[in-house]
Design a protein around this ligand. Structure first.
Ligand code: SF4
Length: 352
């Protein structure tokens, strides 16, 4: 199904103490399908310098009663409107209490027999016991890093706790417990702290190595009335797209920051590219090619533009079974063959 929208507000009918009530719910189109994405509360005591929910911003504040949120989530799921719930919150109270309230919603949902996707965003400083419980209940659990270093975080979120102790170490703890890098995620507000791509990628490399596989790059957008709006311009979407490509290369293709470094400008940014990052890197690393598919390692194979992890695995399997031939390679690559062959040394497969 081709989705044409990012956000929608379908309405559902729920039964309360005083009869039926129709309410609209925010539904976000994620890659896996529509998600009911909401905040437990948008009331906040914090002063994050980019955020429309900071205590000094004049916005309408809303909050869910947990039992009502549970009923609405169940109903939306049963009607097939969503495949799951993403639940976060502003910091309306002590972070431990807010995380605890978020987890309570997941508890109630599971107790009611809900089998759908649950993604919980925990607060900085959530104690280990609550992180463990969240992972028992939810499909995915995360804590937002917001910025790539303690100093950058201090600049944009001065009261939200210690980047190192309350967020980074908790995130790594969650990754250790989860033992599945797709179950733990985090988010950076890209461009809010003036950080370079190099700083972001250094963090990405470490997070991936420590088991955090999902990293969201939320491009910074100045919000009128927030302190940072005067200081920083909006981050272009293409920057986030290129960093997502870099994340995939590091996580799924075994690229290192060192492999990507030649693409960075002297100020540590990826320039806006006309090609995919992987193709650009192939141009910058002529020493990587040609690759001999009869002897190349998996890492060498996936560096070839047009060969991904799945194809590399198929090539290696065919090779180990003594079945790799020019014909099979062409078949495996299909329409990619024309592009890929110029990166390959096919002499051992009889192509001279
Ligand atoms: S704690 Fe969260 S909701 Fe509150 S101001 Fe900071 S980013 Fe915004």
């Amino acid at each position: 199904m081709a989705w044409q929208w990012k956000w929608r507000e379908p309405s559902i009918l729920i039964q309360g103490a005083e009869g039926f009530e129709r309410i609209e719910i925010p539904v976000y189109r994620s890659t896996g399908g529509p998600i009911f994405k909401t905040l437990l509360s948008s009331g906040c005591r914090m002063d994050c310098r980019y955020c429309p929910f900071a205590y000094f911003c004049k916005v309408r504040r809303t909050a869910w009663r947990p039992d009502r949120l549970v009923r609405v989530s169940l109903q939306a799921y049963r009607e097939g409107l969503v495949r799951g719930l993403f639940l976060s919150s502003a910091l309306y109270g002590d972070p431990e209490r807010v995380s605890s309230d978020i987890i309570e919603v997941a508890e109630q949902l599971r107790r009611a027999g809900y089998k759908g996707y649950i993604h919980l965003r925990l607060m900085p400083g959530t104690p280990p016991g609550l992180i463990r419980r969240a992972l028992e209940l939810a499909t995915r659990v995360g804590i937002n890093l917001e910025a790539p270093s303690p100093s950058a975080f201090q600049e944009i979120a001065p009261s939200k706790g210690s980047w190192s102790l309350d967020i980074y170490s908790k995130l790594l703890y969650a990754a250790r417990i989860a033992r599945d890098s797709r179950r733990v995620d985090t988010q950076l507000v890209l461009g809010a702290s003036g950080e370079s791509d190099e700083e972001v990628l250094r963090l990405v490399e470490t997070l991936v190595a420590r088991g955090v596989g999902i990293i969201h790059f939320s491009p910074y957008t100045p919000v009128p009335g927030t302190p940072l709006a005067e200081k920083r311009r909006a981050t272009p979407l293409w920057r986030a797209h290129q960093l997502y490509e870099a994340l995939v290369l590091i996580r799924d293709y075994s690229f290192t920051l060192r492999d990507i470094e030649p693409a960075l400008t002297e100020h540590g940014f990826l320039p806006p590219l006309r090609t995919r990052l992987k193709e650009y890197l192939a141009q910058l690393h002529p020493e990587w090619f040609p690759v001999d598919p009869t002897t190349a390692s998996r890492r060498e194979l996936v560096r070839v533009p047009g060969i991904g992890p799945t194809t590399a695995n198929k090539i290696m399997k065919a090779r180990s079974q003594g079945e790799l031939s020019l014909e099979l390679l062409r078949k495996l690559l299909g329409p990619r063959w024309r592009k890929v062959q110029r990166y390959l040394d096919l002499s051992d497969l009889g192509d001279n």
